[in-house]
Design a protein around this ligand. Sequence first.
Ligand code: BES
Ligand code: MN
Ligand code: ZN
Length: 496
Amino acid sequence: MTTVTLRNASPASVKADAVVIGVRSVGDDLLTAPEGDGVAESLETGAAGTLKRLGVSGKPGDVTKLAGGTSTKAPVILLAGLGDDAEVDLESLRRAAGAAIRNRGDAKTVAIALPATTDEQIRAVVEGALLGGYTFDRYLDKKPDKVEEILVLTNRARAKTAGHAAAAAQVVAEAVNFSRDLVNTPPNDLYPQSFADALKDRSRQLKAKVTVTVLDERTLASKGYGGIMGVGQGSERQPRLARLSYKPPRAKAHIALVGKGITFDSGGLSIKTGSGMMTMKCDMAGAAAVSSAVFAIAELGLPVRVTGYACLAENMPSGAATRPGDVLKMFGGKTVEVLNTDAEGRLVLADGISTANGDKPDVIIDVATLTGACMIALGRNTYGVFSNDEDLQQELTRVADRAGERAWALPIPEEMHEKVRSTKIADLSQHNPEPWGGALFAAAFLREFVADGIPWAHLDIAGPAFNEGSPAGYTPKGGTGTAVRTLIQLAVERAR
Ligand code: BES
Ligand code: MN
Ligand code: ZN
């Protein structure tokens, strides 16, 4: 575990294995930040030209290693880019801190001298550093060294609220990293039952009270969970529905969260290609995000009631699997004609949403790696936000931005409403065979299960949930923990 300490010390004199110093590019100049301390000044006046020759750009996420030892007590200096804005924004701080920690080499104690004169900045630096320091080494014989201690250099080291900000950042970062762990765990070890067990274990580890209850396949079948059962019936690993409840006294709001938890998506009988299923252990990222957010909101002690549902199933082909053409009777009674077993996420989510209706929450938000179509629309770094309520849709994109996540509002056009009702065989059609607007059709399908009068939003995180490329900023390869910070921030703002 990495410890985080706020320290009122100068980057020149602090004792650490490495010290992180921020660099902004301003016009043709490279300026170190924070300004006004000895090292920063000596770097600025003595070495600005040299820094350029060394390839320092000052771009957020850019890190250059220099030898310390003379201008600093620390033997290594990590110059971290902060961009070219006059005022450094919080996301640049997160990225700078994250990239610096990720590129720390063998440093075990790292001091960070980035602008940290407000509680918000301190929070961003701690969050970025802990997210950037993430590694998943459970399956490695030789574990890479972890960063042991992070010293955040700030003149607010002794301010009470600064300490709270750092502590909150640790809770948030741990939640994101827990979500990443779940996504990265291979699907032979993470299946519906073991996922549910991991949630129970986590709830026992935390000080806050989160009640985790798990419905097994027999209960699911007897209660009419046709969506979750239909998706899971082709697998040897039986489906589960885990419910997480945090219910503080005097709650100001009640948020229900529903996550897609397909522990592996082979496509079922509508089977994917080999390369198409290579990363499909990530198909439970929505359930991971939702569960992690419930734990974090509880740990932060926010006066908001949160009920989370992890809809857990493995989508496999077998003699027992659901076929294209089958009709499923969903929880709550609606019938659905299945036309493509690879469009399984909407089936498990529909059961989750219908269950959440019963809690009569103020809002339902589902999170899912739902469609390749959403990735085509928005790329690898932005998730789509659909809703039956424009205010909620805007609230979520705003909240995501503040939390440092990229979200974009997408529509549910009228024609999609017609298409989900176009079958004569059942109440609803699960799949639109034409290739256009697949993410929009899926959202229209989900909306059918939301009870009248409940504002609902759907976050399609298929793009950003799993990073197949190189690490960048505070984002590692593999599971990213997307949506966790948005959901926590939503609760923070609804608690006011
Ligand atoms: N889990 C996939 C979506 C996905 C694709 C997530 C790539 C992350 C990366 C989902 O279950 C799926 O297979 N969707 C199909 C829907 C189609 C059959 C209508 C898709 O997007 O191709
Ligand atoms: Mn699928
Ligand atoms: Zn899927």
